[in-house]
Design a protein around this ligand. Structure first.
Ligand SMILES: [Cu+2]
Length: 69
């Protein structure tokens, strides 16, 4: 299991949090995802043999958010 923290600077409210946690959390291989609005970060715990970090980042971008880290 891999745990990373990503920067999602455009996150600013509960709607953003819910959208992103829902989309990333729905990916097979993602064990846990938590967006923290106050510092605009996303912590993701995932099985890197099931899902690639690049796929997670693409999913965030598909929701309309930039992602770094
Ligand atoms: Cu928002």
């Amino acid at each position: 299991m891999t745990e990373i923290q990503l920067q999602v600077p455009e996150v600013h409210c509960d709607h953003c949090k819910t959208s992103l946690e829902g989309a990333v959390g729905a990916l097979a291989g993602v064990e846990n995802v938590q967006v923290t609005i106050s510092d605009a970060t996303m912590n993701v715990k995932f099985d890197d043999s099931s899902v690639e970090l690049e796929t997670i980042k693409q999913t965030i971008e598909e929701q309309g958010y930039a992602v770094f880290g």
